[in-house]
Design a protein around this ligand. Structure first.
Ligand code: ADP
Length: 552
């Protein structure tokens, strides 16, 4: 029997209309680095998004399914593109401005972007790429920054340059939004390439709508119009974890840092704008912690913080607890929109009892089914002990990549099971009550004499040492064991390396056979474009003899 319910498509257009009317007075505040941040109401954002859609269609000729890329920081103009482009039936393609030039060129050409909306401050990055981007016909420039870098390119006549404000000024306040299929593409992101070439994921209207609803549930981020969220995770990284669409849907005020992502301005914006929530990767919170330890600031408004993208060291969580800020761990990936798990402990526990739950990656919501695949292809029990590769399935999980994969040899069957589950490449265990603990990425786990050593467990233990600022552990070849861990550590100012003492410290929580015998002090852990430890680079540095390794 068919249901008797209405079949109304779930679209970004609906989020736009709802947010700009019902929550019209909520605010988007963009940090400018000057004395006054820029403030825009949701009603204004919606009206400007409407004009932007009109301009893109009527002036630039953007049609259905065409890709409109953004090369932008987190700010209100970027949010307008987030709402306008999908709602008009085109595809929003957010470009990661931290990628090396060759990767950006590869990605834009692979997606065949027709328009790039770019922040003025990023033109020095964009201009030299344009001659290599044959599909790009229009550049729309938003916000402050010298326009001169584009002069050479516009001289060639192929690319037309527009000013964002001029383009939307004087345009009609209405737009005849198309009726969209909820399964149609709305936005696309490429993975940041931590473990290989970037791969494109195309989100649908339906997946964004359902993911937004999940993000707004209490078991995930659960924000309301009483909250202000500081969105530090870039809008070019998995749609800022889905926050812009989710928060526009329910009227959560947004605080956008624009290009001011250094610890000092972040501390200042938290103290003065008093957000109640924030979202960013662990390395960012490490940096902010160092800043406020040196120059104390009041962070207490920010009662809750969503942290993910890589494993959050428990020591970091404990340090923020002392500042009155509760870090809540979440796991996800570009392919999962990204909300997979969120680590809210079950109810009714004391702070001590909550701790073992808080340091897991968290629980799956109803929209994400999970299973663990063992080495032999069998599925493992949720007993908190059996470690396997995590596979997931759900309405906001990718089932394929856009146009195949990158230049690196890639077999779709490595990422998607024959019955349609996403193979995440993450290795972990699940407890009987559904909490996921990741022990490693399949590519980072250290395979020592037939046993696995978790690089993440070693890193977390090292980062709990008072003199260690950061630590990254990678597998290096070993004649006897196949692979052994190499520990690279960044020491706090003034500390001298005492490897024997560090090893002794690790022995307090790590099995003896897992302790690293190769050690190196580094000035900084190399990071990827989205702030994760770049283990490919560390392995290369080791292989090329660039690290001063001590055997202990
Ligand atoms: P890339 O795969 O290019 O790094 P993503 O941003 O999609 O780009 O990264 C997803 C990966 O990040 C996950 O597969 C996982 O390995 C890691 N990750 C994300 N969140 C967490 C977390 N809370 N704990 C540990 N690892 C995480």
């Amino acid at each position: 029997m068919l249901s008797t319910m209405q079949d109304v498509p779930l679209t970004v257009t609906r989020i736009l209309h709802h947010g700009m009317t019902i929550h019209g007075s909520s605010q988007v505040t963009t940090w400018t680095g000057g004395s006054e941040p820029e403030r825009r109401s949701f009603a204004e954002v919606g009206a400007r998004a409407t004009r932007l859609a009109g301009a893109l269609r009527d002036e630039l000729g953007v049609g259905a399914d065409e890709r409109v890329a953004t090369l932008m920081w987190n700010n209100a103009d970027h949010l307008e593109a987030y709402l306008a482009v999908p709602s008009m039936g085109a595809i929003l393609h957010t470009l990661n401005l931290r990628l090396p030039a060759e990767q950006l060129i590869w990605i834009v050409n692979h997606a065949a972007d027709r328009v790039v909306i770019a922040n003025g401050s990023l033109l020095p990055l964009l201009a030299p790429l344009l001659p290599h981007l044959p599909t790009v016909e229009h550049v729309v420039v938003s916000g402050p920054g010298d326009r001169a870098p584009l002069d050479a390119v516009t001289g060639q006549g192929r690319v037309r340059v527009h000013e964002y404000e001029e383009l939307i000024a004087g345009r009609p306040a209405t737009f005849d939004w198309p009726e969209l299929d909820e399964r149609a593409g709305a936005a696309m992101c490429y993975t940041s390439g931590t473990t290989g070439d970037p791969k494109g994921v195309v989100y649908s209207h339906r997946s964004i709508y359902l993911h937004s609803m999940q993000a707004n549930m209490g078991e995930s981020m659960g924000l309301t119009d009483r909250d202000t969220t500081l969105i530090v995770v870039p809008q070019f990284h998995v749609n800022a974890w889905g926050l812009p669409h989710a928060t526009f849907m329910v009227g959560v005020n947004m605080l956008m840092p624009d290009r001011f992502l250094q610890p000092a301005p972040l501390a200042e914006m938290i103290e003065t704008e008093r957000p109640t929530h924030a979202a960013a990767v662990p390395t960012l919170w490490q940096g902010l912690l160092a800043e406020v330890t040196e120059r104390p600031r009041d962070l207490t408004s920010m009662a809750r913080v969503t942290i993910g993208g890589s494993a959050c060291p428990p020591a970091l969580m404990a340090a923020y607890d002392k500042l009155g800020v509760r870090l809540c761990h979440a796991w996800g990936m570009t392919e999962t929109s990204p909300l997979g798990t969120t680590s809210n402990p079950p109810s009714g526990l004391t702070a001590d009892e909550e701790w073992p739950y808080r340091i897991t990656q968290g629980r799956f919501p109803a929209g994400v089914e999970a299973r663990l695949a063992g080495p032999g292809g069998d599925f493992l029990p949720w007993d908190g002990e059996s470690a396997g590769e995590l596979e997931v399935r759900g309405p906001w999980i990718a089932g394929a990549y856009y146009g195949g994969a990158g230049a690196e040899p890639f077999r779709p069957e490595d990422r998607f099971s024959p019955d349609g589950w996403l193979r995440t490449g993450d290795v972990g265990v699940i407890s009987p009550d559904g909490y996921l603990t990741l022990t490693d990425r399949a590519k980072d786990v250290i395979k020592s004499g037939g046993e696995w050593i978790s690089s993440v467990a070693l890193e977390n233990a090292l980062m709990a040492h008072p003199e260690v600022a950061e630590a990254a552990v990678v597998a290096v070849p070993d004649e006897k064991w196949g692979e052994r861990p190499l520990a690279t550590v960044v020491l706090k100012d003034g500390a001298a390396p005492d490897y024997a003492a560090l090893k002794e410290f690790l022995a307090g929580s790590i099995a003896k056979w897992q302790l690293p015998e190769r050690w190196a002090v580094v000035r900084a852990v190399p990071k990827t474009s989205v702030g994760k430890f770049d283990k490919k680079v560390i392995r290369k540095q080791y292989a090329e003899g660039e690290l001063e390794v001590t055997l202990v």
